[in-house]
Design a protein around this ligand. Structure first.
Ligand SMILES: O=c1[nH]c(=O)c2[nH]c(=O)[nH]c2[nH]1
Length: 328
């Protein structure tokens, strides 16, 4: 055994090891690790084979993280097992060229299979795809063939955790869909105590950035090969459409009792519409708009002039499934 460095001896004098301790006490153990490339971006043009000037575009941001037998890279400075993150980036781009990236659930499954099948020491992958929202718009009453409008910051999302054993967790979602309603929202009947200043209201502004995720039933989907087949058959596009329409229509139509009650109703409706989804989650900031007091000027303010509060905001989350789950 090599002699302990001077600093370790010093440490041993200050903190003597108890006599019944094992002779070889490890100071550090690698408990978990993962690595990969984040923020890999591409825009792919999909041309209609019958009419090559008619396009769809996919602008995407991709993250791929690998888990596997990489311990020596951390503990022994041995880089031999490392698939460079640069190679991971190249793979995402080459596969985006070769494979149909529409819809992102099919592409995420393809990437998962690729990394597990190509590298025998990779035991799992954790992949995320964010699709930016480019929508074709009408010109002279007709949707233009290849001109797109960036429809806000909204993203469509897909994520996959996939293990060599075949187990997988596939999720789809919507992120940063910003909505506001100027009436049709209430909040009253809440807990009152000596810290409460909030006044109950039957009419307020409600605004949020929707972050919604629906998890697919992996047992029913079976395999990633089947995910790719279902992607081609339109399952994920129709679920995305149902989830987005449900979110927007319930937000608009319901006289909301609270963010909590409204988000629960959205989850319930999506579960009803998409049988292959096992649970739905929402994470919603409550973006406050405060009524400005103009009484000092003798002006009434009947929910007309508000101050958009930059912070703090409420943050309300829930997951709704088809069966009860133990709460932590
Ligand atoms: O819908 C709401 N839920 C809350 O939990 C809450 N708390 C709060 O101050 N305002 C609101 N609004």
């Amino acid at each position: 055994m090599l002699p302990a460095p001077a600093s370790a001896k010093c440490f041993a004098v200050l903190y003597p090891i108890p006599v019944d301790a094992p002779t070889e006490t490890k100071m550090a153990v690698l408990q978990s690790s993962t690595y990969g490339k984040d923020n890999v971006k591409f825009l792919k043009v999909k041309k209609d084979p019958l009419n090559p000037k008619v396009h769809e575009v996919m602008e995407a941001t991709v993250k791929v993280l690998l888990v596997g037998n990489f311990d020596v890279a951390y503990t022994k400075a041995d880089n031999a097992p490392i698939v460079p993150t640069d190679t991971i980036k190249n793979t995402i781009l080459v596969e985006a060229k070769k494979f149909d990236v529409f819809p992102i659930e099919g592409f995420v499954a393809h990437l998962g299979l690729h990394f597990i099948n190509k590298y025998s020491h990779v035991s799992g992958v954790d992949i995320e795809i964010f699709q930016h929202r480019w929508t074709k718009y009408p010109v002279n009453g007709k949707i233009h063939d290849h001109s797109f409008l960036k429809d806000g910051e909204e993203l469509r999302t897909a994520s996959l955790k996939y293990k060599r054993s075949g187990e997988f967790v596939l999720k789809s979602g919507i992120k940063d869909l910003t909505v506001l309603k100027s009436t049709g929202s209430m909040f009253y009947g809440f807990n009152q105590c000596d810290y409460t200043t909030l006044k109950p209201t039957t009419d307020r502004i409600l605004s949020t950035d929707v972050d919604s995720v629906w998890e697919w039933d992996s047992k029913k989907l079976g395999s990633l090969q089947n995910v790719i087949s279902q992607a081609r058959a339109g399952l994920f596009d129709s679920a995305y459409k149902s989830a987005r329409e449900t979110t927007l229509s319930l937000f608009a139509l319901e006289n909301s009792a609270s963010v909590q009650a409204t988000m629960y109703n959205m989850c319930e409706e999506i579960l009803k519409l998409v049988p292959l989804v096992s649970n739905v989650s929402y994470s919603l900031p409550n973006k406050h708009y405060f009524l400005i007091d103009l009484s000092w000027k003798g002006l009434e303010n009947d929910n007309e002039l508000f101050y958009p509060s930059p912070h703090p905001n409420g943050l309300i989350k829930c997951t709704v499934g088809r069966e009860k789950k133990a709460k932590f």
